[in-house]
Design a protein around this ligand. Structure first.
Ligand SMILES: Cc1ncc(COP(=O)(O)O)c(C=O)c1O
Length: 362
């Protein structure tokens, strides 16, 4: 099999060691004679798997007491509705920061249930920056403030955690930079992330939620959308996505071996640094419109100087074992997603290719 480096934005590359381990125990998990896919979610084997996954995640993120970890389904997109349905309580408005595609979808869905105050937006300059926090127009009566720490499509990332004001809890869609850098969980009311970038396969959504935010769900919502129900049942109200949870558990163990979040964050900085350096030193052959402090370390979005070169760039890249570099159709150009599991060798290979390509076509 030819070596391929996969730069997909998600579902995305998983650690090779994790896939190999899953393969080796696919038919027989730890001498049980069963595949994880075949096990009862309430049996002692799977209980051990989910317990270890939660334990390792808590350790990796230093999740303090007073927070629940939930393993749910429906993707991050379902959270766009579940968050307001669960967290509005007796309030009727929500603050949201609009930094691009995913924030906009969160706004759209939230508007079905609440008044939305767009506390800040960078749409005026094509989502190339994060508005200065002091300029945000916050509503002191908002139920929570929602933001997207990393805009996967636009390639725009918050370099900091916003401050909590007026006791309004922070809710963060951390789908595409979860576990990529150290964060202080205690600053958040709730964090959620679709798994298919830094956690595992699609079909799993991970939530970290402060316990005092549970129990505020609207009475008329479906049982399956109620956080309290899932929290009370330790994510076992119904059949959870057992196999994605198992793979997530392997990814968490792998991450611990990489020096934890701190270790991987250093490597993520290095990988992103290599790519942005090639872009910045290409004499305009490659460019990114994202302002320096807000450039994503997970999704490096860039354009070639002529759109006509896009197809040939992608074809040549693929021939060189560099896959899934096409940018999202909403922004065009290229996107190199360099999540935790992308080895530095993959980024170096891309960097060399980009330099050669620029020499040939520049
Ligand atoms: C930041 C962000 N939020 C939400 C989503 C939607 O996730 P899902 O497809 O799991 O619903 C994505 C998907 O890529 C994303 O990148």
């Amino acid at each position: 099999m030819a070596k391929v480096y996969n730069f997909s934005a998600g579902p995305a590359v998983l650690p090779h060691a994790v896939l190999a381990e899953a393969q080796s125990e696919l038919l027989d998990w730890h001498g049980s004679g069963m595949s994880v896919m075949e096990m009862s979610h309430r049996g002692k084997e799977f209980m051990e798997i989910i317990h270890d996954a939660e334990h390792d995640l808590r350790e990796l993120m230093h999740i303090p007491a007073g927070y629940k970890v939930l393993f749910l389904q429906g993707g991050a997109s379902l959270q766009f509705a579940m968050v307001p349905l669960n967290l509005l309580g007796d309030k009727d408005s929500v603050d949201i920061v609009n930094t691009g595609h995913w924030s906009k979808l969160a706004i759209k869905e939230t508007k079905r249930y609440a008044k939305v105050n767009v506390a800040a937006s960078s749409e005026d300059r094509n989502f190339s920056y994060i508005p200065e926090e002091s300029s945000w127009q916050r509503d002191p009566n908002a139920a929570y403030l929602h933001y997207t720490s990393n805009e996967t499509i636009g390639g725009l990332q918050f370099p900091y955690i916003p401050s909590e004001q007026h006791g309004v809890p922070l809710v963060c869609d951390m789908s595409s930079d979860f576990l990529s850098r150290e964060i202080d969980v205690s600053r958040f009311g709730m964090i959620y992330a679709g798994a298919q970038k830094n956690i595992g396969p699609s079909g799993l959504t991970v939530l970290v939620i402060r316990e005092d935010l549970l129990g505020k769900a609207r009475a008329d919502i479906p049982t399956m959308l109620n956080y309290q129900v899932h929290a009370d049942a330790d994510s076992m109200y119904n059949t959870p996505g057992t196999y994605p949870i198992y793979i997530a558990g392997l990814v968490f163990k792998w991450l611990k071996e990489q020096g934890g979040v701190k270790g991987i964050a250093t490597r993520n900085e290095e990988k992103a640094g290599l790519l942005y350096h090639v872009i910045d030193s290409s004499g305009g052959f490659y460019s990114t419109h994202i302002e320096q402090p807000f450039r994503s370390k997970m999704n490096v979005v860039f354009k070639l100087k002529e759109e006509a070169l896009d197809e040939i760039f992608l074809l040549e890249a693929r021939k060189n074992g560099l896959a899934q570099l096409k940018g999202h159709r909403a922004v065009g150009g290229m996107r190199a997603s360099i999540y935790n599991a992308m080895p530095i060798e993959g980024v170096k290979s891309l960097v060399n290719f980009m330099q050669d390509f620029a020499r040939q076509y520049g």
